[in-house]
Design a protein around this ligand. Sequence first.
Ligand code: ADP
Ligand code: NA
Length: 330
Amino acid sequence: VSRPRVFSAMQPTADSLHLGNYLGALRQWVALQEDHDAIYSVVDLHALTVSPDPAVLRHRSRLTAAQYLAAGVDPARSLLFLQSHVAQHTQLAWILSCLTGFGEASRMTQFKDKAARQGSEGASVGLFTYPILMAADILLYDTALVPVGEDQRQHLELARDLAQRLNTRVGREVVTVPEASIVRATAKIYDLAEPTAKMSKSGHASGLIELLDDPKVIAKRIRSAVTDADTVIRFDREAKPGVSNLLTIHSALSGTSVADLEAEFAGKMYGHLKVAVADVVVETLAPLRERVTELMAAPDELDAILADGADRARTIAAGTLARVYDAVGL
Ligand code: ADP
Ligand code: NA
């Protein structure tokens, strides 16, 4: 019996991934390898939508791949590659763009949000068609499951719609329709400085816990995390978002339940909780950071892993694209 195919990816738009990426995505990716046929990509073509400096983009693509590996993505079991190494992504994206309505693409809320930030003249056509490239990423590998956050649900729906449309048009199953469900409930991590907003690279710098940060910086950010004027250490997302976020982070990394943490910290001060959270974060990230340093210092190993991943991805992608070409009359 074949294991269900999983595809997921992140954009190389920062040097370091953050704790939200780790707990909300990467850690699940690693767990999914156990019983899934997993394909993970660094989607560098998507990152072009924010016009990065070329040298910075190239560096970040490799650094992001190194973070996947350091977190436990295992190239012996899973496929890891850079999106731009597999030309079929852009080839399928063109075909899918011809199946997408202009109005349909215009309804993507993430484009509206990002375009509003960049200004309508600043936003590129690439930013507009981004969800179509993402649909190509998913459909090329006959993906069954896509572990992404809630914010990607609309894009995933588009991928499903396009797969169904293509299949209906030709009257047979040309591509697999991915499941829209988010595979596993994952911890949502909030900004340390504004604990009602999700931790994001586009949020406050002081609100981020970056995987590659110096332990001293991490500890300082956690010590400065916004809490509340109360003193009780209790999980209450509404009334105590800062404390609840710290409890979530501790629990997710230590494996201790939030209820047990509440009992452990009964009568203690916020400062105690912050020290404990900083310790568990630093302890988790130290080996990860070390492995990233090693990988970046020995580029041949990383390049070989990415070249091998791209070779294997290309074989699968070429098969899918040949079926699609045939189906649409090319
Ligand atoms: P960012 O918001 O920093 O730009 P991305 O949108 O690139 O992060 O997200 C990459 C992956 O990390 C996605 O699967 C997303 O759901 C997950 N993720 C991002 N931020 C968080 C968070 N604060 N909590 C949990 N998961 C997150
Ligand atoms: Na984002």
